[in-house]
Design a protein around this ligand. Sequence first.
Ligand code: ADP
Length: 442
Amino acid sequence: MALRVEHDIFLVRQRGREVAAAVGLEHQDQVRIATALSEVARDLLGSVGGADVTFSVGFDVVAGRPLLYVDLAPTRPLPGGGYQPQSGAVARLVDMLGVVTDEGDTVVRMSRRVPADSPALTPERLAELRAELGSSAPGSVLDELAAQNGQLIAALDEVRSQRDELEVLNSELQETNRGVMALYNQLTEELEETNRGVVALYAELDEKSAQLRAASESKSRFLANVSHELRAPVTAIIGLSRLLADSASDPLTAEQARQVGLIRSSAADLLGLVNELLDLAKAESGRIEPNWTDVDLRALYGQLRGTLRALATRPEVELVVEEPSHPALVRADEVLLAQVLRNLLHNGLKFTERGEVRLRAQRRDDRWALSVSDTGVGIPPELHERIFEEFYQVPGATRVGGTGLGLPYARRLVTLLGGTLELSSEPGRGSTFTVTLPAGGA
Ligand code: ADP
């Protein structure tokens, strides 16, 4: 089509809509392309005096859909070689609007994709469309004006109904917002309530643990004081009974000598208990300061073998001390560690009728595991923790004597030395107590 005078703009617009309808564009798209076309036509008529308008059909390979092209070849070169629509909104009406150079000719091109479900644009169909459009006479300006008015009214209607819809959506949104806010406020309140509860609970816990600490401290103090006060009279009883039994004193009858002997051994037991209590109280109150050194297990084991041989009185029980073959250093206090091991070995010898009591040392990464195993009576699994409680003795074990204070004391000392004291045992098969301590020599 030739675009030369103002009247042509109407014709181009009208044809544009007809072509768009013919290739299968939807009603709205028809209006869009017709409007864009009339705007561009007006621009070109004003700036370069007109254009030749061509409608053609192509194919968008990426989208897999046909395309409607409208090319406007300007009658004179475009000023500056480019084209910018007067109204910026025009470009939004079509998929593409711009200047392209096709076989040396510069044209302003716009395109719009045809819906995939529209009838296929075969060459026959295109020939048909061309014939139809060619035979229909272009309408008058008034016709086009009427058509344009109709489109405008439809567009306004559409805008109004969209606005109504938007209003409904908006009010729904506000409703939802109010609901969300209410929920949020409720949650915040509940959270604050819970927070207050937690804070109160923590305060109570702090108070309780302070009370517990105070109670435990006063127990240790009491134990320390009582045992300290008891030591002097008990030592006096032992001394006096020794005096009574002394050959230089007045002779006693056999019965008197027996009774004095009983007094002495009871007093000795009592002194043992008092000493153990005093040790435990000291360990509990944190008054024991370890004297840290690298303790050589070979020397310590040799020493233990010597001092404990006297306690291994049963011929059916062998005391085996496996001295490490290489230098073996643990970071500890030698005196406290010796006390712990002596205690464990002593227990092993006490609770083993036949077999052996064995002291060993095994390296485990950066620690040493010192174990005392015996082939004695063993301890039921449910009592494995209880025997570490103060004064607890496995029922039936009392006849071999003891106070039930040795293991709790041993565990406290090991903890103080930065180690652990664990037990594995099976009734009738024996027990293994393992002290694990950091290796020394670092
Ligand atoms: P004590 O030996 O003075 O009774 P301990 O605290 O050393 O106190 O031990 C607590 C209890 O644990 C013992 O009375 C005994 O019942 C049990 N026990 C400790 N060592 C062994 C062991 N090697 N074999 C069997 N039972 C043991």
